[in-house]
Design a protein around this ligand. Structure first.
Ligand SMILES: C[S@@+](CC[C@H](N)C(=O)[O-])C[C@H]1O[C@@H](n2cnc3c(N)ncnc32)[C@H](O)[C@@H]1O
Length: 207
């Protein structure tokens, strides 16, 4: 966290006012290698976050439908999904306007016509085959729960969300919370302190 004009700045500020200092983040995972432009006041702007890398190494990607990167930052997850699933449309949202601009710039530089960055979350399709997130734990538990309960109901039947969360930042309590809301939560993988939670929609009652 940095200080901006006497207040604490966060990576989830809607309109960061810190001067722009562009950086390049090299992403290398078993099947892909690409460079992304990042910047100050955006999450993990000097290197890919280890949790994000772990998510990209382990979470499966569907080959049809609409996918969401919730809290896209400069777009590491969205770009990897768009490259891996060319027949899907990948949607990316973030509260941080600088992050959205970077994700848009990265999609365009990599010529990813199937990656759409939304300024207005209401323009994201209502039915998603998968949702990926390294969620913004730092916004606080209540805000995080509200955010997830806003997006998770859009999962299509059979669709899954993949959330990477550090154990120290409450992976287990997040899993319990989602289970208490009738989501089926499985620990897909764990490595060091990271957990990947695979979240499935509640089963719909059949008449
Ligand atoms: C832990 S960072 C992950 C960023 C990126 N996906 C990555 O892996 O590098 C969480 C992201 O969620 C964003 N965020 C915070 N609150 C949000 C909200 N209400 N809606 C959408 N994104 C939000 C933050 O701005 C931040 O970019």
């Amino acid at each position: 966290m940095a200080k901006e004009r006497g207040r604490t700045a966060h990576y989830f500020d809607a309109e960061p006012s810190a001067p722009s200092k562009p950086t390049t983040v090299h992403v290398e995972i078993p099947d892909l290698a690409f460079d992304l432009t990042a910047d100050s006041s955006v999450f993990s702007h000097t290197r890919i976050d280890p949790g994000t890398r772990f998510l990209l190494e382990r979470a499966p990607v569907p080959q049809h439908g609409d996918i969401l990167d919730l809290g896209c930052g400069y777009g590491a997850i969205a770009v990897a999904c768009a490259l891996r699933a060319p027949s899907c449309t990948v949607h990316a949202v973030d509260i941080n306007a600088r992050a959205r601009e970077l994700a848009r710039h990265n999609a365009s530089r990599l010529k990813l016509g199937n990656l759409v960055v939304h300024d207005d979350p209401s323009t994201v399709p209502n039915t998603l085959t998968a949702l990926y997130s390294n969620p913004p734990i730092r916004i606080g538990k209540e805000a995080l729960h509200d955010l997830l309960l806003f997006w998770l109901p859009r999962l299509a039947p059979g669709g899954h969300a993949y959330l990477v969360v550090s154990k120290h930042l409450g992976a287990d309590s997040l899993a319990s919370f989602l289970s208490s809301r009738q989501y089926s939560v499985t620990r897909l993988a764990s490595h060091a302190s990271y957990r990947i939670l695979e979240v499935a929609s509640p089963q719909k009652e059949t008449a």
